[in-house]
Write a protein that binds this ligand. Sequence first.
Ligand SMILES: Cc1cc2nc3c(=O)[nH]c(=O)nc-3n(C[C@H](O)[C@H](O)[C@H](O)COP(=O)(O)OP(=O)(O)OC[C@H]3O[C@@H](n4cnc5c(N)ncnc54)[C@H](O)[C@@H]3O)c2cc1C
Length: 396
Amino acid sequence: MQHYDVIVIGAGAAGLMCAITAGQRGRRVLVIDHANRVGKKILMSGGGRCNFTNTGTTPANYLSANRHFCKSALARYTPWHFIEMVERHRIAYHEKELGQLFCDESSKLIVKMLLEECASAGVRIETSCSIERVLHGEGAAEAPFRLHTTHGAFVATSLVVASGGLSIPSMGASGFGYELARQFGHDVLPTRAGLVPLTLSGKHQERLADLSGVALPVTATCNDQSFSNFMLVTHRGISGPAILQISSYWQPGDELHLDLLPGQDALDTLQRWQRERPAAELKTVLGDALPKRFAQRLCEHWLVNRPMKQYNLPELRAMADVLQHWPLVASGTEGYRTAEVTLGGVDTDGLSSTTMQSRHVPGLYFIGEVVDVTGWLGGYNFQWAWASGYAAGEVA
Ligand SMILES: Cc1cc2nc3c(=O)[nH]c(=O)nc-3n(C[C@H](O)[C@H](O)[C@H](O)COP(=O)(O)OP(=O)(O)OC[C@H]3O[C@@H](n4cnc5c(N)ncnc54)[C@H](O)[C@@H]3O)c2cc1C
């Protein structure tokens, strides 16, 4: 039976950061992962360049049943702490937009950096190791956690659950962390896919399917939250950053508003077009403001196409309403298969917001995506993983 001070389940972003922090404090740390290599999601993130943080991170960029829970950890491990590590390892990076930092070369460098930090902190990592059972309280008081795995049995003083969410099952995602949380008396809030493309059905899908690949800027609004960015039409529905962002706020049955002329007053714009180009048809003027095929499709199904001079004011008002509140009804999401994150998870009510430690079982910690804290698109999810991993690593 091998004894560790800290066993971390999951060698993803949060688990590795926790292991580094605890290892640097002189703790004997073992990280166990059932996948054959560490940090698979880091490797595939940001299109292979890992959007590793966002310099504008604030608690407002996260969804959680308790909006305050993430504050303490985010304040103590900021984007600048992670940037310091990235710079120390001489990894070149750039800001893409809105504070999003990406590697110039490859996400592989972030995984390499984390592994080097683990090695110098004396952290042991076991990959391709499946956990069969987790027992608590049966052995010595100083090592209350006992894990039976395919690589043997281990005991630990502290157990950190960093097994992530349910998104991308092909990358090793599992519901293991939620099962473990329930085993130890924690509530798990309902989970659902977030940062995920939305699907359309019936006439909505038929009308748009052949426009797959067309992208345009929109403002997407749902449940009092808005995002202005690009929307991309797909074979089965809509995607692109604006839609991925709003998908985390949308649930079946919720109204989704899409403003196709973001930042403009649609009625003013239509009246200006009417004054400036009275003889031109709507689809022509609209085709100068939006992708042409998309404008044409709008005029076939949602608007009536005529020369601009032929519309009276009530008609212009009705058209402005369609353009500013395009009545598209989403039928669902593409689900965990393509979702970047899982919303919901281990209820933060059962955890300390400063240490991530369980309020029910001393020495048990939950960090990263398995917890009910989910970030927006743009590096916020990794920042939560680093910050919550650091918070637990400081005390475990
Ligand atoms: C395609 C994609 C792109 C993304 N891009 C970005 C981005 O650019 N920026 C950003 O901020 N976020 C991004 N994300 C989100 C980000 O990857 C996650 O929020 C983050 O990885 C969560 O870290 P974590 O350590 O909690 O979980 P994970 O990174 O998922 O790690 C969990 C680990 O636990 C292991 N595990 C699971 N079950 C078990 C078990 N039963 N036994 C042992 N081990 C287990 C898994 O194999 C995995 O290694 C992206 C996600 C996806 C899917």
